[in-house]
Each structure stands twice: as structure tokens, then as C-alpha cells.
Design a protein around this ligand. Structure first.
Ligand code: ZN
Length: 479
């Protein structure tokens, strides 16, 4: 949808009621995105008093008002124009390469709902009397259907919606989008993918193990994601929409820390924005298995985390010496002789192939047991969604003994590069031009791990497919 069309539709949707023809903004015309309807007169054109309609024909209304004026109002004066929400949602779906299969306007005015061939639901808020109640109704509807959904609001901010998600614990299932962001299909696709991929993976597992109709289990699996996941999966949109202001406390950093605290033993409040200017990483965690020190397969990993909350990680401006070498030095000294040190960057997006250039500059500072991990927000969200989903995390535990072991390759260089994981390194980010060159460059740098959503999904699927035997054993108990 181009921005002029978007602005005009946004205006008529925000207004929330049909308007006379002179108030229909360009380039909208009746028939296209706009429907014409006749609105019965309710007031007297002379005195504004209430009226009764005495007679109406195809081209006029005869009215009498409470002050006893008898008037004729031409039907043409009562033509009003409202947005065609069906067509609006069809266009949104089209921009996302989805096909609309049904449109439901029964809940108007409040919201319109549409289904796509893909299974994804689209909700569009229109003229609600109570905004928050409407958002809640949409959540209830989406939860009941158990399908990933995009919630489009005419309001410019989504903070209210993200806060409401907390009440519903829907986590990744419903993704909120301001109408004004609909001209960015790439952003929307990204937003939807997180919801869909996790949902699909969960669904596949349930079907494989228990057959197709397992509503109770499915419900249980969907009700446990929590607030962190809601925030995490909405960070990109909050950032794009300017709702995370620079210097307003770093939401990505705090949320990423909360995630790492769930997943691993961490050292909270280790540094970050609160100490900005000092030579401390955002947070530090340890990835180990109790009593596994002698298993070289699972040597301990010290994770030194830096979050990059800008729209795109500005690796070009990131200094390779100073802050980083200082705390990498600390990590080196602090007794990690028999383990690995992962220098981890959590990022929203990366411009071009900047992570490679930055890696080339900083690698001089790394000791033998150090390497760089670039973890995209979508990858982190997917890992955490899997962790919170009882069904998926249980499957991952069956496949790898523990959740930590399941995600170990993302944080451990040698495991990531091991023969059984070759397909992980081949899940490349899309960098646009010179994609092939980028891929070659990355393959030439075993000390740089770029973990994106595809890497995570591919790995999880590998683990789950591998454990057919364990499933068979468990299956006997379920008979
Ligand atoms: Zn009157």
C-alpha cells in the first residue's frame, strides 16, 4: 500500500464514522476502498431539533421536526462514505503475500476480522466505544481460535496493547501494529513470522505425538508465555514506531537480561546503560551443565552480552578497542581457562555485512577461546518462546537431555561448527546485494556465529526429528 493511500485510509478509519463526499480524502473514491450508504436524517435542517421521517422514496425523505417544520431532504444529501474494511484487509493481506479467505464484519463497530489461507488472522480496530475492551475482545477471539494474529490499530502507539497482553499471557500469538506502519510490509512479515513459526512448531509436535485433535494440550501450551515474551516480540514495532525513546531506559537490554536470567545463571545488573561509560558489558551469564565439566562436549561457556537497541546495530561505529577489550580482558583473567568465552551481541537488525567488518577489527583482541556471537532479536524471541512453551521445551529436553544442551550450539563455537550442525551455519541472514559474497565471507570465519531465526528453527526441528525412538518409548506409556 503506498503512503498516500495509507494516509487517506488512516484518516477515514480514525474518524470512525461515515463522512459526506466532500470529506473523503484524496485519492479515495467511492467503489475503491470506500463504500457509499444512505444515512437516514436524524435532525431538522432548519432548527436542528429531532425529527420523524414521514415518508421516504428513492430520492428524498419527508420529515417533520419537533418544532413542526415539514421539510424535504434529498437522498443525495444523505449519502455518506465509509471505509471498505474488507478491501483494506484484503490489501494488507496481499502486501504480506497472504490470501484472504473470509471477512467478518459482525463485530463492527469495534473491529473487523479476516482469515487468511495461511491460517493467520487479521484484526482491524474501527470505531470502538471502549478501546481497551475492544483489544481484550480481540485477544479472547484470537486465543479461542489459537491462531497467530496481526492486530491493526488506528492509534499511533501500541504501548497500551502490549501492556494488556500481560493480562492474557498470549505472548507471541497476537502482534500489534499501528495502521501507519502498514506501508512497511517487510516489517510486518518479520513481525508475523515470529508468531507463526513458534505456533507451527508447537502444532507439528502435538500432531506428531498425539494426533491432530489435542485441544486441551494445545491450550495449555499456549497459556504459559509471559510478559517478557510479549515485550520481546513487540520490541521491533515499539522501536520502529518511536515508542522506545533514546535514553528512556533500555528496554531491549533489560528484556534480554530477563531472558538470559531465565535460561542461564547470570550476573544481573552487571553493567549496561545504568553504568554507561564504564567498561562493563550489559550482562554476563554462564552456560554449563551441573557436573559436566569433564564432558568436553559441554564445556562451560561464559557469555559476555552487549545489546544493540538501535534500529540497526551500528557496528561500523562500534569501537573495537576501549570498552570491549577492557572487559574481554576481565573475562580472560577471570579464570575461564577451561571454557569458552562468547562475546554476544543482541541486535534488532544489521546493516549490510557490518558484523563481518566489525568482527575483522575486533578479532585481534580475542584470545584463543573467544569468539563472537551475533544473536538477532527474532532468534532470541524464538528461543524464549520455545523455552516457555511446555510442549516444545519438553520435546527439546527429550532430544537433548536439557534445554541448555538444546541451545548450546548457538553459544558454543565448536559445537556450532561441528559436522552434525553444518546446516546451522548455512542459515544465512538476507543481506540483499552481494548475498553470495556475504555467505562466503561468513563461512570463512568460524569464530563468527550469526544466529538468526532460521538458525534456531532449523536446529529445533533437527533435534525434534532426531528423537523418534524416545517418542516411541514414551508413546507406550500414553496408550
Ligand atoms: Zn425544525
Amino acid at each position: 500500500m503506498d503512503s498516500k493511500l495509507l494516509d487517506s485510509l488512516h484518516a477515514v478509519i480514525t474518524r470512525g464514522k461515515p463522512v459526506p463526499v466532500e470529506k473523503v480524502p484524496d485519492p479515495l473514491e467511492p467503489g475503491e476502498y470506500i463504500v457509499e450508504r444512505v444515512q437516514e436524517p436524524t435532525t431538522c435542517p432548519k432548527c436542528e431539533e429531532g425529527i420523524v421521517i414521514v415518508d421516504d422514496t428513492d430520492d428524498r425523505f419527508e420529515i417533520r421536526c419537533h418544532n413542526n417544520h415539514f421539510e424535504t431532504i434529498p437522498t443525495a444529501d444523505r449519502l455518506r462514505y465509509a471505509p471498505d474494511l474488507n478491501q483494506v484487509l484484503a490489501t494488507v493481506a496481499d502486501d504480506l503475500n497472504l490470501t484472504l479467505t473470509s471477512f467478518d464484519g459482525q463485530s463492527l463497530p469495534r473491529f473487523a476480522q479476516a482469515e487468511t489461507a495461511h491460517g493467520t488472522l487479521l484484526y482491524l480496530i474501527y470505531a470502538p466505544r471502549n478501546y481497551c475492551d475492544t483489544v481484550k475482545q480481540i485477544y479472547e477471539d484470537a486465543i479461542e481460535r489459537g491462531q497467530p494474529a496481526l492486530l491493526i490499530t488506528p492509534q499511533d502507539e501500541i504501548t497500551d496493547i502490549v501492556e494488556l497482553q500481560f493480562l492474557f499471557s498470549v505472548g507471541h500469538l497476537v502482534q500489534a501494529v499501528p495502521f501507519s506502519k502498514l506501508d512497511n510490509p517487510a516489517l510486518l512479515k518479520q513481525t508475523l513470522r515470529t508468531a507463526e513459526e513458534v505456533e507451527n512448531l508447537g502444532q507439528d509436535i502435538i500432531e506428531q505425538r498425539f494426533g491432530a485433535s489435542q485441544d486441551t494440550l494445545r491450550e495449555r501450551a499456549n497459556t504459559n508465555p509471559r510478559y517478557i515474551l510479549s515485550v520481546l516480540s513487540n520490541i521491533r514495532m515499539l522501536r520502529e514506531n518511536g515508542e522506545i525513546k533514546p535514553g528512556s531506559g533500555d528496554l531491549l537490554e533489560q528484556t534480554a537480561e530477563a531472558v538470559f536470567m531465565h535460561l542461564f545463571p547470570t550476573q544481573p545488573d552487571r553493567g549496561g546503560e545504568a553504568d554507561s561509560g564504564q567498561n562493563l558489558p550489559d550482562n554476563v551469564f554462564y552456560l554449563w551443565e551441573q557436573g559436566s565439566y569433564k564432558h568436553t562436549d559441554y564445556e562451560p561457556v561464559l557469555g559476555v552480552v552487549d545489546t544493540k537497541s538501535g534500529k540497526t546495530a551500528n557496528f561500523a561505529k562500534e569501537k573495537a578497542s576501549g570498552k570491549h577489550d577492557n572487559y574481554l580482558d576481565l573475562a580472560r583473567k577471570h579464570s575461564f581457562q577451561h571454557g569458552s568465552v562468547a562475546h554476544i551481541f543482541v541486535v534488532l537488525d544489521i546493516n549490510g555485512r557490518q558484523e563481518i567488518k566489525y568482527f575483522d577489527r575486533i578479532k585481534e583482541e580475542y584470545a584463543e577461546n573467544m569468539y563472537m556471537v551475533v544473536l538477532t532479536l527474532d532468534a532470541l524471541t524464538t528461543i524464549f518462546a520455545a523455552y516457555l512453551s511446555s510442549v516444545i521445551s519438553n520435546e527439546l529436553k527429550l532430544g537433548s537431555t536439557s534445554f541448555t544442551r538444546a541451545i548450546y550450539p548457538f553459544f558454543h563455537r565448536d559445537t556450532f561448527n561441528a559436522d552434525q550442525n553444518t546446516d546451522l551455519r548455512r542459515q544465512f541472514r538476507i543481506v540483499g546485494r552481494s548475498q553470495e559474497g556475504y555467505q562466503i565471507n561468513l563461512l570463512e570465519r568460524p569464530d563468527l556465529l550469526v544466529i538468526n531465526q532460521d538458525t534456531v528453527i532449523t536446529h529445533f526441528r533437527n533435534i525434534i526429528d532426531r528423537d523418534a525412538e524416545i517418542k516411541e518409548i514414551l508413546g507406550r506409556y500414553f496408550k
